[in-house]
Structure formats: structure tokens, C-alpha cells
Design a protein around this ligand. Structure first.
Ligand SMILES: [Fe+2]
Ligand SMILES: [Fe+2]
Length: 240
């Protein structure tokens, strides 16, 4: 049972991260603080995934199948935590970050030649990719039923993170989306656009917001997030 990290450890890491968040609001974000925050979030991700054997297996599998997924998941957790810190107490924030951690777990059931394909998907490949939210909800449901320490909200977030409030998303064109899903969606898109890939550079901040402005996102949360970006220059470095 050596891998199991006590819940207190995650609490401690969380409170260090929120102290660092408070300091960037006062002092801005230099490359050194950005790298500290990334390290702290990585530790939180590791600590959460080490909560029991099945969470560790799930996260390990996720990071093995796609080399970019670890950075993307850390970026999504980090931005979710930043946005969530505007609205939630520590316990809820904790759950929100766990939802960010597992949002793409369904990708573990997508064939790797599709998942790791550089460039655009064919129509047929895209249809297969669009199944990952359903696969994720199935994986998380059975893991939770078997005793994995994962919040139930993670099932909903996995299923809804590509849905849009106007019904233009996938897989079910749902319009009634949980707040956690709507926050993780914003963090997910931001991280995906900011990240460098083997075949393309990350977008600059203007490009990211131009793209996100055209999406149907929760307007209040998105506006708050944009304000946060304006007050913390280089925030993009955290998600990239
Ligand atoms: Fe996804
Ligand atoms: Fe994602």
C-alpha cells in the first residue's frame, strides 16, 4: 500500500497552490512562478491518482496512451482550479479538480492510431473520437462501483465536457449542463488551444480568445475567466 497518499497530503498541496494563486493576483506571473504552479498542480494530480490502486491504474493508463494527455490534463486541472477559486470553497474545488483529472479518461478506449494521429481526423475517425465522453462515463461508473475514490460528479463532467449550452455539442446534444462541466469545458478548450503539439505551436492569447468567443460557453464564467486573464499577464503559460 506504499503508493497510497493520505488525503491530508492532497489538502496540504491544495492549500499551497491556493496561496500561490493569491500571490499571482498581487504580483503577476513570472516564468518562475508559472513553473512552480505547474509543479504544484502535477503533485496534486499525482496525489489524487494515488488515492487507491484503481485510481492509479486509471491515470497511469491515461498518461501512457497519449503523451500529450498528461500536460493537457494538468493544464485543465490548473485552469479549472483557477476559475473554481472564484466561486467555490476548498471541498468543492477539490472535487472540481478531480473532475478535470478524469474528463478525458474515455480516450483510453479510442484506438491509438486515431488518438495520436497528427493533423485532421477523417469523418469516420471523428465519429469514433466523439465516443470518448460516453466511454469515460462508463469507465468512471464501473470504477466508482468497484470502490475507486473518484467523485460521482466526474461521471457527469466526462459525459458533458464536449456538450454546448445550445445543443451543438456531442455526444447527446445536451443543453442542461452541470456547473462543473461548464467550468471544465472552458479549462479544457483553453488548455487544448494553448498547448504546443508535435505538429503545431500553441495559439497566442488573442487567437485563443477569438476562437473561444465564437463558442457557446457559460457567458458569466467565461467573462470572469477573461477578466482573470487580463489581470494576470502570461496566464497562458500555465496551460501551455
Ligand atoms: Fe475530451
Ligand atoms: Fe480534454
Amino acid at each position: 500500500m506504499g503508493i497510497i497518499v493520505k488525503f491530508n497530503e492532497t489538502e496540504r498541496l491544495f492549500s499551497r497552490l491556493s496561496d500561490t494563486f493569491s500571490s499571482i493576483i498581487e504580483t503577476g506571473l513570472n516564468p518562475e512562478i508559472a513553473s512552480t504552479i505547474k509543479q504544484q498542480t502535477k503533485h496534486i494530480v499525482t496525489s489524487l491518482s494515488n488515492r487507491n490502486i484503481s485510481t492509479k491504474n486509471i491515470v497511469d493508463r491515461m498518461f501512457q496512451i497519449d503523451q500529450t494527455l498528461e500536460d493537457h490534463v494538468v493544464g485543465t486541472c490548473l485552469v479549472s482550479a483557477l476559475i473554481g477559486s472564484l466561486y467555490f470553497d476548498k471541498t468543492e474545488l477539490h472535487e472540481l479538480v478531480e473532475c478535470g483529472l478524469y474528463h478525458d479518461v474515455g480516450k483510453t478506449l479510442i484506438p491509438s492510431h486515431i488518438l495520436n494521429k497528427p493533423g485532421k481526423f477523417t469523418l469516420q475517425e471523428y465519429e469514433i473520437m466523439k465516443q470518448h465522453p460516453i466511454f469515460g462515463a462508463q469507465i468512471l461508473t464501473s470504477a466508482i462501483e468497484s470502490g475507486a475514490k473518484i467523485p460521482e460528479q466526474a461521471i457527469c463532467v466526462s459525459l458533458e465536457h464536449h456538450e454546448r449550452l445550445d445543443g451543438s455539442g456531442y455526444p447527446y446534444q445536451k443543453t442542461d449542463l452541470s456547473i462543473f462541466s461548464q467550468i471544465v469545458t472552458i479549462a479544457d478548450v483553453y488548455s487544448a488551444l494553448a498547448m504546443k503539439r508535435v505538429y503545431q505551436d500553441g495559439m497566442d492569447i488573442d487567437g485563443i480568445f477569438k476562437t473561444m468567443d465564437k463558442m457557446v460557453l457559460n457567458q458569466t464564467i467565461y467573462d470572469d475567466f477573461k477578466r482573470m486573464n487580463a489581470s494576470i499577464p502570461n496566464l497562458k503559460d500555465l496551460a501551455a
